[in-house]
Ligand binder design. Structure first.
Ligand code: B16
Ligand code: MG
Length: 224
């Protein structure tokens, strides 16, 4: 069946902008305060995971439990450390290939969306000067169920009024790839990780991609 590509939906952290290290520094401070060993490698397992679920994962790394109030305190502190970290974000933190690809897609009339688990997505987009490039942003503030639940992508498809089969998703985390596929969308895994199981196509970054290549991918994609 022939499918027209009408929209491209991008994850933010790890696909459009580099924020991994900022999350790491902030979570490391929390883990140190809790006496939990936390490394750059542990941080990678939090990619695409919501703030709340990330805290749960860190607590389980340390075999620790906290009461609801203490958890809220940790989450608030983590976010304040994170906001201090991302204060220096600028256009140089935009990941390779992103700007050219966005421009090319726009020229071809493709709708552009951001679907990010981050509650700081709007702020980050303003910091890197890309907020106005997207038709819609759905962030962690707009959803009740985190990725791998499909809610974030379903909401985006509704907002931009494009059927899921005409949307293509770009994700750097397994939870996001699952969420996209649960929403009936084709998922491009972005990054060199060998953990991006399940994505339909994997690319190391957004360089070398353009409208023609992506439209061809979607056209030949076999839906279940
Ligand atoms: P915040 P994405 C995700 O963003 C990050 O990958 C993940 O590391 C982070 O914990 C999550 O956002 C929540 O972020 O604490 O700012 O609300 O990859 O879905 O764009
Ligand atoms: Mg991500």
């Amino acid at each position: 069946m022939h499918r027209d590509m009408k929209a491209c939906i991008f994850d933010l952290d790890g696909v459009i902008v580099r924020t991994d290290h900022c999350h790491f520094v902030a979570w490391k401070k929390i883990a140190d305060q809790l006496n939990i060993l936390f490394t750059e490698k542990s941080n990678q397992s939090l990619r695409g995971v919501s703030r709340q679920n990330s805290l749960e994962m860190i607590l389980s790394m340390g075999n620790m439990t906290l009461g609801a109030e203490e958890k809220e305190e940790c989450l608030a502190k983590k976010n304040s450390y994170y906001l201090a970290q991302i204060d220096t974000l600028n256009t140089s933190d935009i990941l390779p290939g992103a700007l050219d690809l966005l421009r090319d897609l726009k020229t071809h009339g493709i709708k552009l969306g951001i679907a990010s688990s981050s509650k700081n997505a709007h702020h980050i987009l303003h910091k890197i000067g890309l907020f106005d490039q997207f038709d819609e942003v759905v962030s962690g503030n707009d959803i009740a169920n985190a990725k791998p639940n499909e809610e974030i992508f379903v909401k985006m498809a509704e907002k931009i009024n494009v059927p899921p089969s005409c949307c293509m998703v770009f994700e750097d985390a397994v939870s996001g790839i699952e969420a996209a596929q649960n929403a009936g969308m084709m998922a491009i895994g972005v990054g060199k990780s060998d953990h991006l199981v399940g994505c339909n196509i994997q690319v190391p970054d957004l360089c070398e991609l353009n409208f023609e290549i992506l439209a061809e991918y979607l056209d030949t994609y076999q839906y279940d």
